[in-house]
Design a protein around this ligand. Structure first.
Ligand code: GDP
Length: 473
């Protein structure tokens, strides 16, 4: 079991990525660390100045020579005293520096007391958690730090920066403030029950609530886009064997990852690759061809896995073969797939794509694909339309500027806030006198909004958020 970690303990960790690099950083954070920092670096450190110093082990032998920067509280990343040591970026030397920090912390000073009792290794995300605890950033911004580090595309990185700058938090806070005003109004009215209707009318409570709902709708729409950008879109290519799923997959991801052969049933397992379409991370998964009668037990398992993959896809690209559109057996098998997709409630998520348009005569009336997309994995014709349709089917509407990253929990909190405001509007509009219930709806809406920036987040949720950070962040 994980040891309970005291937020007052000083902490230390390697802050740069593991592996070798020109420079590596060891970071410490804690209260009243100036003395310790001076002992470690062999000289007092001027605040926020890069000081060239030598760090030695307990025997006096040099571990490394590098730069030390001391950021006194509260002007630091965590809001506590922070020391950053920029050393040579090798994993061994950085670990030796961390070990030296820990051993020096335990060493007694002139008054026989340890220099920095309780210095310990930082848990993942603990520096950022402290920044949050010390009001350096709010919870949505702290999450944006992790999103920026994890960003898989330039668009995702820019959007995470916007969240870090407060694009989500500021609007959530502004809406919360407007809610507070209304709550105050309603709570005050509760004290004067005989006047409540006129009171609310005079204060234009209803139009103000409606304006609030509109703002929540707008923010919710943006947050949904931001969550798509952060989490990416999971796309599964499915269809009968030999329709060209693997070829289309390769054409979309731009490499020869999946095996393409004229022999049906070659793709037996799922192959996945993340690509960027308009900056949105799209995880494309190729699957084993869907057919009923396979004698091969390995292929049968593959087919079952295909269906399982379809269940949690955001978009299912159902690849069909134009060259066999007129073949009754093929059409029957496609009808079976359509029925199973509909049965699984997945019809909304399906994008039908007819492949091999290069090999058919479109003037031939038997080649009827309705208004479905027609592509050729071989020539690349129609691929851009497939990419655009994929994004649209997943609900992506945003374009570049103004998008900020968000998480499913933000979307969920906004949905709840919006629902409570909607219920409050319903009660006000109905003119029923249950003003306590309106007050309660507004309180719940306020709580839900507070979860976004972390004002009312239960501790277990906090643990879950910060534990997904890397060490040293
Ligand atoms: P899968 O079993 O559905 O993954 O299909 P494959 O990608 O392995 O392709 C099956 C066969 O169809 C191979 O011989 C491919 O070369 C051929 N094929 C795939 N896409 C196209 C296309 O757009 N046009 C033509 N003419 N042939 C294609």
């Amino acid at each position: 079991m994980e040891a309970p970690r005291d937020p007052d303990d000083p902490i230390v960790a390697v802050a740069t990525a593991s592996g070798r690099g020109a420079v590596g950083i060891v970071r410490l954070s804690g209260q009243r660390m100036a003395g310790f920092a001076g002992s470690l670096c062999g000289q007092p450190l001027a605040p926020r100045h890069a000081t060239l110093c030598t760090i030695a082990d307990a025997t006096g032998a040099t571990i490394d020579r590098g730069l030390a920067i001391f950021f006194p509280a509260p002007h630091s990343y965590t809001g506590e005293d922070v020391l950053e040591l920029q050393a040579h970026g090798g994993p061994v030397v950085l670990q030796m520096l961390v070990a030296r920090c820990l051993s020096l912390a335990a060493e007694p000073d002139s008054s026989h007391r340890p220099r920095l009792p309780r210095l310990r290794l930082a848990a993942p995300g603990e520096f950022t958690e402290r920044a949050w605890l010390n009001d350096k950033l709010d919870l949505a911004q702290a999450e944006a730090v992790a999103d920026l580090i994890d960003a898989g595309t330039e668009q995702a990185a820019r959007s995470a920066t916007r969240s870090l700058e407060g694009a989500l938090s500021h609007e959530a806070d502004a809406i919360a403030e407007a809610l507070v005003e209304l709550r105050v109004l309603v709570e005050a009215t509760l004290d004067f029950p005989e006047e409540e209707v006129e009171f609310l009318e005079r204060a234009a409570a209803l139009p103000r609530l409606e304006a609030l709902r509109t703002r929540l709708d707008t923010l919710l729409g943006s947050a949904k886009q931001g969550a798509l950008l952060r989490d990416g879109i999971r796309v599964v290519l499915a269809g009968q064997p030999n329709v060209g799923k693997s070829s289309l997959f390769n054409a979309l991801v731009g490499s020869e990852l999946a095996i393409v052969t004229p022999v049906p049933g070659t793709t037996r397992d799922r192959i996945g690759e993340t690509i960027s379409i308009d900056g949105v991370p799209v995880r494309a998964v190729d699957t084993a061809g869907l057919r009923d009668a396979s004698d091969d037990p390995v292929e049968r398992i593959g087919i079952e896995r295909s269906w399982a993959a379809l269940a949690d896809a955001d978009v299912i690209v159902w690849v069909r073969d134009l060259t066999r559109a007129a073949d009754p057996a093929h059409a029957e098998a496609d009808a079976g797939i359509a029925a199973r997709i509909a049965g699984a409630g997945a019809a909304q998520r399906v994008l039908v794509v007819f492949n091999k348009v290069d090999a058919v005569d479109l003037a031939d009336s038997s080649v009827d694909s309705g208004d479905a997309l027609r592509v050729s994995a071989t020539t690349g014709a129609g691929l851009d339309a497939v990419r655009r349709a994929l994004l649209a089917r997943a609900g992506w509407q945003a374009h570049g500027d103004g998008v900020f990253t968000a998480r499913a929990r933000h979307v969920d909190a906004l949905r709840r806030a919006r629902a409570h405001v909607g219920d409050a509007i319903g009660r006000c509009a109905a003119g029923d006198a249950a003003l306590e219930l309106v007050a309660e709806e507004l309180r719940q809406a306020h709580d839900a909004l507070g979860e976004i920036t972390g004002r009312y987040t239960p501790d277990d949720l906090l643990g879950a958020i910060f534990s997904r950070f890397c060490i040293g962040k």
